[in-house]
Design a protein around this ligand. Sequence first.
Ligand SMILES: [Zn+2]
Length: 253
Amino acid sequence: MLIVVEPELTIRLADELLMFLPATRRASVSRVACDGTSTLGHLVESLGVPLPEAGPMTVGGEPADPSMRPATGADVRVEAVPRPQPVPLEPGQDAPRFVLDVHLGTLARRMRLLGLDTAYHNDMDDPALVVQANEEGRVLLTQDRGLLRRRALWFGAYVRGSRPDDQLRDVLDRFAPVLRPWTRCTACNGELVPVDKQEIEDHLEAGTRRSYDVYGRCANCGQLYWRGAHGGHLERIVEDATRLLQSVQEGPR
Ligand SMILES: [Zn+2]
């Protein structure tokens, strides 16, 4: 009788990556078939982990590139992406730009409230999202693992959490971006320009005129923005985000 022992190798995943494995195979150590031709990146993705979510990798304790081809019996380790995760920026740019997939509309509005350059359209298909991310140097944020597997995508990230609060916290914790609250239109992502309250007073209802100060008009769509004297829902989002970023920057956590 002939017993065929399939060549295998071992992949150990950081705890943060186990969520990408199917529930029935959610173990930190996986044994996978090794054909000698598959790249490290391919093997990690075959477990379910999108490559943009895989951090530093080692084979036998040595740093390894996703394009290398591990041999039978290799001991592979995969870390989570470092937090905060650096994003290549252009000269003069001090925070990453983002593009969000169609399911993340609430998160998009909150990111704009914080002044982050956030593209979002509720009718963009996957190829169009990848094109916009690449052409405009935007980090693609999504909860669609298939989208993150697209080879052409220059920079993507999986957003953790089902509630917008948790999603925003995850994005801020991951990228620790510089915030400029109240400088962007939450409807269209345009930049706000200061306006004189007297200039637009006629457009405001009496109650609004008494209790709020206008602080900006969208240079793109013309929408007016004003703030109340007392903290509302949006003020709280800005306060929470500012506090979270302070703790991220002070690290280590
Ligand atoms: Zn606007």
